[in-house]
Design a binder for this molecule. Structure first.
Ligand code: FES
Length: 371
């Protein structure tokens, strides 16, 4: 039950300014104020951002789009960015990041959530989160952006990589982008094609937009392209050499696009975003190393394969993190000594004082970090 309507929650932000000042100066404890505010409405807080679920809509067999309206503490976002979302389950606070599929002028945002079998968060959100429920939102991050040049655009997506690209596409078309756009979306099977009805409607409405799907599961019989990304799928993309290319999907897919791009020596620009954790490189043999966590006064025996984030957590530490994919920067920490390896590129870094992202860095030697 709520004592005030959600519309008042959004309007309260300015009224709470004096309390915010008192909390900032140490006269009040923010947690005490929040405990009182949430009795009025579960989304009302002094500074933290909470949002109410306004709508749920299935957009593929395994993907749900949620429309969220945040309280007045929300500072806005850009299409193509990702949003960190928190929820508490059985007393454990969990967080996941989802791409924004729309940023609406009325302050609502949309995110799309793909079902992850065995996951701790997505099955709950898909099956149990209801309209009217309240979630905490974290910061937004991500640098994918619609190209500024008025040339053609090629969008390459695999799986839920469609979601940030759709956010950008919806906005670009709404703003009148008129150069050719080709969207090629790779999914395992027919039912995993997301937003089909909307994309087909956009295609009918905008003559500059061409949308195609490629089914990657073996033996799928369907019209259109079949199989994983290959340059053959781009054979009929007009003026490919003038296109700006955006690619988003699992790390393996993004790597294939990058290889194609480099081999093709196209003059335009390529933006990529991979949303799965980097895979271990087979060419790095397993070694034991020492990890020093300076602020926690801990030393640990570790290995040179797993990320510093995983290994810190395995030793009972709780480093701040968000995406776990090297995108959001919330796990950034200072390297004090030793050498770390970037799990995405294999590059080595050993300059003391250098900021490193724990989720995509593995120790290459004995390492001390400011954690
Ligand atoms: S958790 Fe997002 S960059 Fe490491």
């Amino acid at each position: 039950m709520t004592l005030i309507p959600f519309a008042w929650v959004r309007g309260c932000t300015r009224l709470l300014a004096p309390l915010r000042v008192l909390a900032a100066q140490g006269w009040l404890r923010e947690s005490d104020v929040d405990a009182g505010l949430k009795l009025l409405h579960p989304a009302l807080r002094l500074n933290r951002v909470f949002a109410r679920v306004v709508q749920r809509q299935w957009v593929a067999d395994d993907m749900l789009e949620l429309t969220l309206q945040a309280n007045g503490n929300w500072c806005g976002a850009q299409p193509g960015q990702h949003l960190q979302l928190f929820l508490e389950r059985n007393g454990v606070r969990l967080s996941r990041s989802y791409s924004l599929t729309a940023v609406q002028p009325n302050g609502c945002v949309q995110i799309a959530i793909k079902h992850q079998a065995g996951g701790r968060v997505s099955p709950y959100l898909l099956e149990h989160l209801a309209v009217g429920d309240v979630l905490e939102l974290g910061p937004v991050y991500g640098e994918l952006s619609w190209p500024e040049a008025h040339e053609g655009v090629l969008l390459l997506a695999a799986g839920s990589g469609i979601t940030p690209l759709l956010g950008l596409l919806r906005t670009a078309l709404a703003q009148g982008f008129s150069a050719p756009i080709t969207l090629l979306h790779y999914v395992r099977e027919q039912g995993q094609r997301g937003f089909v009805a909307e994309l087909q409607a956009l295609q009918a409405q905008h003559s500059n937009l061409q949308v195609r799907w490629s089914l990657t599961a073996a033996g799928v019989g369907a019209e259109g392209s079949v199989g994983r990304f290959t340059d053959k799928h781009l054979a009929d993309v007009a003026q490919l050499d003038q296109r700006r290319v955006l690619a988003c999907g699992p790390a393996g897919f993004v790597g294939q696009v990058q290889q194609w791009w480099q081999a093709a020596k196209l003059p335009g620009a390529l933006q990529v975003e991979a949303f799965t954790a980097p895979v271990l490189r087979a060419d790095v043999s397993l070694r034991e190393v020492r990890l020093g966590f300076a602020r926690s006064h801990q030393q640990a025996t570790a290995n040179n394969q797993l990320s510093l984030l995983e290994q810190a957590e395995a030793h009972g530490l709780k480093p701040a993190h968000g995406c776990r994919q090297g995108i959001c920067a919330s796990c950034t920490c200072t390297l004090l000594s030793g050498t770390v390896r970037d799990l995405r590129s294999g590059a080595l870094f050993s300059e003391p004082g250098q900021p490193i992202r724990l989720c995509v860095s593995a120790p290459h030697s004995d390492v001390d970090i400011d954690l």
